[in-house]
Structures are given as structure tokens and as C-alpha cells.
Design a protein around this ligand. Structure first.
Ligand code: HEM
Length: 415
């Protein structure tokens, strides 16, 4: 592309920018976008990996695999909901600072964006169908019923992920947007096509399901081992599978990461050999080394570190991924999200962080405490006075939040 063509693309992107500006510093949106993307992809990977174990268990006659499959289904179910909830957050952030890119990409593939929701609902239903068919048969040796629904669920989840991947890839090619819109001299309003993808990048993010799920297996052993009815032979076996998955999975993912870096578009310049390009891959292979060093034997403390470590590695990759976007859009096309017009709104900025810290903090602590304790209790768990107080506090905080929402809303409306 010559300088004039690049200038045209730059101008087009700025023309598409929302003239109303944004309510706080753009770097805050990017920071939160990266953080929440790391959380999103962690739960996506957990959901895919635990679903795969569920399936493997369903087709295997080995009693341990059967049992592990049933146990991982419980985690898969929860992970899908968490992945969806924490998927919304990066979506909100990316559409604020990269609105010209996000919306163009969405409009160009509008049918797929709508299909995304429908496919996701079907995938979730299929998983629950399998669960309802087999939920009561946990740990039993009978062959699970309706295995087709679990296969369907996993395939559809992968399709959903591919749609997201393609939308993200299209963002990186503003030079092609017009071409995609005007095909063979005709305007294509249909939105029926996904125009860009990088199979290595997609495979890399999906493959990280292997080490992340390995981390879950190691954590599973540690968590369940304190129960009075713990079957240590089975749990130790599961943790050994987990360690293997972390090590082998990290190597596979590193290879795919390198393949992704080797197939970057020309507009990415030297990103692959830049600090961030290298750091992403080093972090992934570093996970295998960490597991080799820190997960020896029972690893009572480090077992609980396996998932947080996976999150840290995911975060490094998420930063690299964001730097790649910045390098292409700013480095090559001179579009800088940092020069977005700011119309400072301290109230909404403050409310966001307070909601995150106080509402999120207290309510989440309550939920997690209940989930943690009931998972480690044999039979029915009855919360003590402190946990009950935390529950009451959570309800009050949420109620207060709703009240302030309406009070401020009516106040602003009445102005
Ligand atoms: C449950 C199935 C899902 C899977 C398997 C999945 C998978 C993925 C993958 C692989 C990526 C990385 C794409 C890339 O960088 O190449 C991604 C990014 C993303 N996903 Fe998901 N996702 C799922 C659901 C969702 C949902 C329900 C939402 C939100 C409503 C969501 C929002 C996002 C966002 C905002 C990004 C980043 C976009 C960007 O930074 O450009 N995802 N997802």
C-alpha cells in the first residue's frame, strides 16, 4: 500500500469514530478490556477442556475417566455461564475505544453476529440436555445417555468461538473493509460472510484449553482431598493427568503461537520478533516449566496456584494480543485510540469502580464462600453466622445500588 492509500484508510477510521467522545481516559478502557478478555478466555478454555473430558469420559469404559467426565461436566456448566458473563465486559470496552472497527466488523458479518447468539443458546441447551439426561448417574458405571448432545454442544461452542475470532480478525484489516463491502462491483449488504481468520491464532486460543484444564484437574485434587470421603487414588490419578496436560498442552500451544506469529499480516511489521511478540510465547512455554518445577508430588500449596498462574499467562498473552492490534492500527494505519475525545464523567467512572469493588467484591465473596464450603462438605452444607451475615450484607448492598441508580437517574432526568 502506498502512503496515500494508508492516509485514506486512516481518514476513514477517524470519520467512523463516535464524535460524542468517551467518558474517561481511553487507556482505562483498554486496560479493563485486556483484563476482562484474559478472564473471558480463561473460562472459555476451561469450558472447552472440561467439556472435552466429559465427552472422553462418556465414550470410555475406564471407571476413573467416567467419574472424571461426570465431575468435569459440573465445571463445564458453570464455566459457560462465567465465560459468557465475562465475555460481555471486553465487548463493552472494545466497542468504546475501537468503535469504528468493532461495528464495521459486526455489520460486515451481521448474520453471523446474530447467529452467534442463537448458536450459543443451542450449545448451552445441548450441554444441559446431556446434564439432565445423566446428572443423576454421576460416578456410576452405566454408559451415559444422549452423548450426541454433548458432542453437539462442544462443536457449537467452537463455532461460536470462531465467529468471535473472525470478527476480531476483520478489525485488523481496515484496508480490506471496502473491498468486502463492494464485491464484484456490487454492494454486499447481506452480512452473510466471515471475511478474515487466522487458523493458527484460533487454534492457539483453543489449544490453551489443554493446559488450563490441566490446572483445573490439579486444583480439583487439592480441593476434594480434604473431604472425609475423598478417594485419594482417584484424585491422585486425576492430578497426574492434569500435570501432563499442563506440560504437553503448553508445548502444543507454544508451537501454535509461533505459527500465529509467523503468519501475521504485513501490516504488523516486526511484531513477531518484538518484545511483546516474544513475551506471549515465552509466557506459554513458561507454564510448562513452572508445572515441572512447582507441581511435584502433592504440591499442596502450588496446586491452588495452578489456575491463578494460568490467568497470569493468559494476561500476558492478552497484552501481546492487544499490542498487536495497536501495532497494526496505530503503527501501520496511524489510528490511535489514545487521542479519543474525552468528555470526562467522574460519576460514571467512580460508580463503575465502586460497583466493581464493593458490589462485585462482597457479593462474589459470598457466592464463592458458599460454593467453596459446600464443595468440601460431605452431605448438606449449612452456613454459619458469619457467612449468613455476608449474605444479608450482599442483599443490602445490591438493594442500595438499585436505589442509587433510580435516584440519580430521576435527578438527572429532572434537570
Ligand atoms: C461460549 C462460547 C465462546 C467461545 C468459545 C469464545 C471464544 C473466543 C475466542 C477464541 C476469542 C479470541 C479471538 C481472537 O482474538 O482471535 C474470543 C474473543 C472475544 N470474545 Fe468470546 N467466546 C465465546 C463467547 C463469548 C460471548 C458470549 C461473548 C460476549 C457476549 C464474547 C465476547 C468476546 C470478546 C469481546 C472477545 C474479544 C474481542 C476483541 O478483543 O476484539 N465471547 N472469544
Amino acid at each position: 500500500m502506498d502512503a496515500q492509500q494508508v492516509a485514506q484508510v486512516t481518514e476513514m477510521m477517524y470519520a467512523l469514530r463516535n464524535p460524542a467522545g468517551i467518558p474517561t481516559f481511553p487507556i482505562i478502557f483498554i486496560g479493563l478490556g485486556v483484563l476482562t478478555f484474559a478472564l473471558h478466555i480463561l473460562f472459555v478454555q476451561l469450558m472447552l477442556g472440561t467439556s472435552a473430558i466429559t465427552l472422553y469420559g462418556a465414550f470410555n469404559n475406564n471407571a476413573y475417566w467416567r467419574r472424571l467426565g461426570a465431575a468435569m461436566l459440573e465445571i463445564a456448566k458453570v464455566s459457560v455461564s462465567v465465560a459468557i458473563v465475562v465475555g460481555v465486559a471486553p465487548l463493552l470496552f472494545v466497542q468504546v475505544v475501537y468503535d469504528p472497527h468493532w461495528y464495521t466488523s459486526n455489520v460486515l458479518s451481521a448474520d453471523w453476529v446474530i447467529a452467534f447468539i442463537v448458536i450459543l443458546i443451542l450449545a448451552y441447551w445441548a450441554m444441559y440436555y446431556y446434564y439432565f439426561q445423566n446428572g443423576k448417574n454421576q460416578d456410576k458405571t452405566v454408559q451415559p445417555k444422549s452423548r450426541w448432545s454433548m458432542i453437539t454442544s462442544l462443536i457449537l461452542m467452537l463455532v461460536v468461538g470462531f465467529i468471535m475470532h473472525s470478527l476480531t480478525s476483520q478489525i485488523l484489516h481496515p484496508e480490506l473493509w471496502k473491498e468486502w463491502y463492494m464485491q464484484n462491483g456490487k454492494l454486499d449488504y447481506s452480512g452473510t460472510q466471515l471475511h478474515a481468520y487466522n487458523i493458527w491464532r484460533y487454534a492457539f486460543f483453543i489449544s490453551m484449553a489443554i493446559p488450563v484444564t490441566g490446572a483445573m484437574l490439579v486444583t480439583y485434587r487439592r480441593f476434594k482431598s480434604v473431604r472425609e470421603d475423598a478417594d485419594h487414588d482417584y484424585l491422585n490419578w486425576a492430578a497426574e493427568v492434569g500435570k501432563k496436560w499442563i506440560k504437553v498442552g503448553s508445548v502444543i500451544s507454544t508451537v501454535l503461537y509461533v505459527a500465529w506469529m509467523a503468519t501475521l499480516p504485513e501490516t504488523a511489521g516486526n511484531f513477531a520478533t518484538s518484545v511483546w511478540g516474544i513475551l506471549g510465547g515465552v509466557a506459554v512455554i513458561g507454564y510448562a516449566l513452572w508445572a515441572q518445577l512447582r507441581l511435584k508430588g502433592e504440591a499442596r500449596f502450588c496446586s491452588y496456584m495452578a489456575l491463578p498462574m494460568a490467568l497470569v499467562i493468559g494476561l500476558v498473552v492478552a497484552i501481546s494480543r492487544e499490542m498487536l492490534r495497536y501495532d497494526i492500527l496505530n503503527g501501520f494505519f496511524n489510528y490511535n485510540f489514545m487521542d479519543y475525545k474525552i468528555v470526562m464523567d467522574w460519576y460514571s467512572t467512580g460508580l463503575f469502580f465502586l460497583t466493581f469493588a464493593i458490589v462485585g467484591g462482597v457479593v462474589l465473596s459470598y457466592f464463592l464462600t458458599i460454593a467453596w464450603k459446600s464443595g468440601q462438605t460431605v452431605g448438606v452444607y449449612t452456613p454459619g453466622a458469619t457467612v449468613n451475615k455476608l449474605g444479608t450484607l450482599s442483599i443490602w448492598i445490591v438493594a442500595l445500588w438499585i436505589v442509587q441508580f433510580f435516584v440519580v437517574g430521576f435527578y438527572v432526568w429532572a434537570q
